[in-house]
Every structure is written in C-alpha cells, then in structure tokens.
Design a protein around this ligand. Structure first.
Ligand SMILES: *Cc1c(COP(=O)(O)O)cnc(C)c1O
Length: 367
C-alpha cells in the first residue's frame, strides 16, 4: 500500500479544477489553438514573474535550451560547459546543435556545478556555460558570470527545476544572458502536457528564438531561417496561467515540508541537502544521500513510502555519450549511487512527512 506517493499530480490538479476547467472551455470556445492570445498573455505574465523582458513559449524544456544555443550561433566545433550531474536534456541540447558538452563536477554540498572547477574546463573552443539550478536550488551564479565575462562566454541557465527560486534576491531565469525552462507536468510550474520557455533580456535573441520556434518565419510563409516547429499551444498556456497564480504559494509549502524533513531527520544516518546563504530554494526535489541507498529505497517502499532516484546513471555513462570521449567524473558517479529523492509536493501532509521520517529512522534501528 502506498501511504506516501512520490508525487500526486491528480491531487494537485484537483485543487484548481474549476479554473482549469474554465481555461479549457475558454480555449475550446475561442477556436484558436496555436500562437494566440493565451500564449501572449502567459508570456507577458511569466516574463514579469521572472523579472525579465522576454518570455518565449516553446514546445518543451529541451527545445528551449536547444533553440537558445542556435540563436547564439553555437554549433559544430564549439564547446559548452555543462554539469556532470544533471538530467540528460542539458547535454542533449548541446549535442543537438552539433556542439560538444564539456562536463564539470559539482560541489558535494549543493550538488550544483562547482564554479572553482570551471576555469580548467575552458578551452579556445568554449562558447558558453550552461549551469543547472538542480533540485530547485540556484547555482552559484556570481563567480560563473565573472568567469564568463573574463573569457567572453555566454551564460545560459537551465532553470527547468527552479521556477520561482531566487539567488541573492534575484529570480532564476534572470541571472545570465538567457535561460531555458520546462513545464513538464512534474515541474514546480507544470502544464498538463509538454511545454517550455526561453527567458531573456536580450531583444535580438528573443526575436531569433521567436523565429526559430515558428519555421524560421517572422512573416507568414516567408522563412528567413531554417527553423523548427516548437511552440507552446494555447491550451497549455491557458493552464499555465492558472498555475502561475498559485506558484508562490505552492513553493512556500514545499519550503515548509523541506524544513520539516531537515528538522526531523537532523540526527538520521543520511546526508541532508544543504542550502547556501545566497539561495532561496523552491525544492523541486528533496534529495538525501545514503551509502545504503538501494537497501534504504526498498525498505521505504515496503513501508509504503515511494522514492525516486534523480538520476541513477549520469549522462556520460549513458549509451549516447559512453562511446565517445573518456571521462573522469567520480563525483557524478558517486552521487548517482547515493542520491534518493523523498516525496515533496504542495500536497504532502505533515502526517505523511512523519511517516517518511519514521520509516527512515526505523531503517536505522534494524540495520
Ligand atoms: C525537465 C528538465 C529538462 C527538460 O525539460 P523537458 O520539458 O522535459 O524537455 C531540462 N533540464 C532539466 C534540469 C530538467 O529537469
């Protein structure tokens, strides 16, 4: 029996059923399904929320990053610095435009890219740094931006897991030259299907991405670029407008749940996530570490607690990257063996948190 599911999306959407229903009816009644008024409204609302000038809705998070790299003219012969431990889409975006992802290991405390290791990875082919705000916690952006300025590099944030997070008071998505984000259903701001967006203050890049997402076209049937079809449809934009209204409230609840875990697990024999001073985290994931991760995971499963591993295989050990270059990335490999994500969402209750904590503590007793 599942006492605590990892993520109950049904429950989440049920709590806003009425506004979702009326968004659905509004779009159906309008008869307009792609590139219409809902998209325009969402783009302007989300740009304002992220404190940037432009938001451009696209098909998904991978395409947001891919189109951005294209817009900056990054391609074959270029290198892009990426974290060694991330969801594979960060790497795929780089590969998709013909460039080479160059991995840099994370700080062991935060699991985010270690700025002190980036300088060593910069070559004369490097064009961009692509930091990820992993688990909803902002990467340490100031030293990254300083390095980028020094070497003339573009900084593109992968903000897919961090909608609403802040770094030194500023929103993620506004911290580099541009950002890509994802509205995959399980993200903090999730659609009822696929979706993504590009965020930037750069007028020229915004124009280019708008063109690239729509067949390379600015004027209908005139195609100035070899573009793509990657758009955020009206239905998803309308749903996202509903969810954007509750995003801060939901993120605040995630923060309360994370605080409860951190307090109640303080003496447990597991490594808890650390939040640096500069970070206002939105807890997309609450990730602990354990040397007995796999045994702990099955024990929790028996106790009715569902957990997930983000991620069991680092990108460089996946089929698509394994055969190429030789990598030495022991931190990413160690994390892949030790990380475990506990249930966290706006609808996890205090009693569910207690069930999880109690299960982790009894695991220690039986050990
Ligand atoms: C989800 C995610 C993506 C990709 O988003 P999709 O919308 O699924 O394509 C990219 N990077 C990170 C870190 C993610 O978590």
């Amino acid at each position: 029996m599942k006492l605590v599911p990892f993520l109950d999306l049904g429950r989440l959407n049920d709590s806003i059923r009425e506004p979702l229903d009326s968004a659905y009816r509004r779009v159906v009644d309008s008869g307009w399904f792609v590139m219409g008024p809902e998209l325009e409204a969402f783009e302007s609302e989300f740009a304002q929320y992220c404190e940037v000038k432009h938001c451009i809705g696209v098909g998904n998070g991978l395409e947001a990053l891919h189109l951005l790299l294209r817009a900056y003219g990054i391609g074959p012969g270029d290198e892009v610095i990426v974290p060694s431990n991330t969801f594979i889409a960060t790497w795929l975006a780089v590969t998709e435009c013909g460039a080479v992802p160059v991995p840099v290991e994370p700080c062991i405390d935060t699991h985010n890219i270690d700025p002190a290791l980036i300088a060593n990875a910069i070559s004369k082919r490097t064009r961009a740094i692509l930091p990820v705000h992993l688990y909803g916690q902002p990467a340490d952006m100031d030293p990254i931006n300083i390095l980028a300025t020094k070497h003339g590099l573009i900084v593109i944030e992968d903000a897919a897991q961090a909608q609403g997070a802040r770094y030194k008071g500023r929103r993620t998505g506004s911290l580099g030259h541009a950002a890509g984000t994802s509205f995959y259903p399980g993200k903090n701001l999730g659609a009822l299907g696929d979706g993504g967006a590009v965020l930037t203050n750069d007028d020229a890049i915004a124009e280019k991405v708008k063109q690239l997402r729509n067949y390379g076209s600015k004027v209908k049937y005139q195609h100035d670029l070899v573009g793509y079809n990657s758009r955020l449809d009206e239905m998803q934009a309308a749903f996202l407008r509903v969810k954007l209204v509750v995003l801060d409230e939901w993120n605040a609840t995630r923060r309360l749940i994370a605080d409860q875990y951190s307090k109640l697990l303080a003496d447990a024999d597991v490594q808890l996530p650390l939040t640096p001073e500069y970070a206002e985290t939105v807890w997309h994931l609450y990730v602990i570490r354990s040397k007995q991760r796999d045994v702990l995971k099955s024990y929790l499963e028996q106790q009715g607690v569902e957990t997930v591993i983000h991620y069991p295989i680092p990108p460089h050990q996946q089929a698509g990257y394994r055969s190429g270059q030789k990598y030495h990335l022991p931190v990413a490999e160690m994390l892949a063996e030790e990380v475990l994500s506990l249930p966290i969402s706006p609808f996890v209750t205090t009693s569910q948190v207690e069930t999880v904590v109690c299960a982790i503590n009894t695991f220690e007793d039986i050990k």
